[in-house]
Every structure is written in structure tokens, then in C-alpha cells.
Design a protein. Structure first.
Length: 198
């Protein structure tokens, strides 16, 4: 997709990975994700689908080492794409929150598109692996994404015991919170901050 208003294209290449992201904030939830880490693909797809974003992600990483660099660099590129697609943030709601159940799991997420990166993440201890996905990476995903996007994110797992559900509900909750935060509000003129900038 070509860059247009409220969309972005990001390419990030290092010695550890090659990442391509296309993001449209005003999409319909059409996703196409391939990172070589199947469970992570499933999670990133949740961000697009439940955020109402059109999202393409292509990552080639050093999976012969492990999934860490692939997941980290993809998250950094996703955050950069979000920041660039938001532009000057004029007219957005800025804040968003969601409470998402997934069977026995309940997750609360809140976001502020503040221009200041900060993460609060509360999650129970989980089994180490879901397929080839290291569950300790979930917190690092949020840290990498928020640092690059320059947003404030709180994610709290309120209940849950199945690792798949606990991680997936987090991605769905963050997606729904972002969907609200990036939405345009006709009552907002300019940037939604008394500072005049975000």
C-alpha cells in the first residue's frame, strides 16, 4: 500500500532481521502477517483485526538462533509504523481502554498516545513455550512497541491460567484500546493536549 493519510510503510533492516510493515489506521481489519513464528503471527494478526487496522507484516529473522530478534524487531517496526501513521495526532481521542475476556482469562488494557513511552505489565507466570513462542517475550513486545511508538500502555491480566488465552487476550485488549485511542473525534480540534503537542 502507498503511504496516505493515517497510514505508513516501515522497513527496518539489521544484521539480525529484515522487517517490512504496512499499516492503515482507518482500515477494516485486513491482516497478512508472516514472521516465521506462527504463534506471534497469530498475535500480531489480533492487533490488526481487533484494532480495525489494515496490516501487512513480513519479517525474515535469525530464527536459527531463536525467535527473540524476530519478535523484538517486528515490535519496534510496528511501533514506528503506529507513530508515523498518527502524524501530528490532531483530532484523535488519544486515550483508549478495553476489558477483554477469553474463556477463563480477563485482561484490562489502557493506552495514552502521549508521546512518552511507559509500560506497566502484570501477567501471571506461564509455561515457557507456546509452540516456538517464548512466553517471556510478551512483556518485551509491549516494551519494544511502546518505546518505538512513544505511547503509554498498561496491560493487566486479571484472571487466567491457559497460556494461549492469557497472551491472546492481551493482544486483543491492546488492539481494542488502540482502536479507541486512534479514532478521530469530531469534538477534538487540534492536538488533544493542553501542551499543544503530543
Amino acid at each position: 500500500m502507498a503511504p496516505t493519510a493515517r497510514s505508513s510503510v516501515v522497513d527496518r533492516t539489521t544484521k539480525e532481521s529484515d522487517v517490512h510493515v504496512e499499516l492503515s489506521l482507518d482500515g477494516t481489519g485486513v491482516v497478512d502477517v508472516d514472521t516465521g513464528v506462527p504463534f506471534f503471527d497469530h498475535m500480531v494478526s489480533q492487533l490488526g483485526k481487533h484494532g480495525g487496522f489494515d496490516l501487512v507484516v513480513r519479517t525474515k529473522g535469525d530464527l536459527e538462533v531463536d525467535a527473540h530478534h524476530t519478535v523484538e524487531d517486528t515490535s519496534i517496526a510496528l511501533g514506528q509504523a503506529l507513530r508515523e501513521a498518527l502524524g501530528d495526532k490532531a483530532g484523535i481521542r488519544r486515550f483508549g481502554d478495553a476489558l477483554v475476556p477469553l474463556d477463563e482469562t480477563l485482561v484490562q488494557a489502557a493506552v495514552d498516545l502521549s508521546g512518552r513511552p511507559y509500560v506497566v505489565h502484570e501477567e501471571p507466570v506461564l509455561v515457557e513455550l507456546i509452540g516456538s513462542y517464548d512466553t517471556t517475550l510478551t512483556r518485551h513486545i509491549w516494551e519494544s512497541l511502546t518505546a518505538s511508538a512513544q505511547i503509554c500502555l498498561h496491560v493487566r491480566v486479571m484472571s487466567g491460567r491457559n497460556a494461549h488465552h492469557v497472551v491472546e487476550a492481551q493482544f486483543k485488549a491492546v488492539a481494542r484500546a488502540l482502536r479507541d485511542a486512534v479514532a478521530l473525534d469530531a469534538r477534538v480540534t487540534g492536538v488533544p493536549s493542553t501542551k499543544g503537542t503530543l
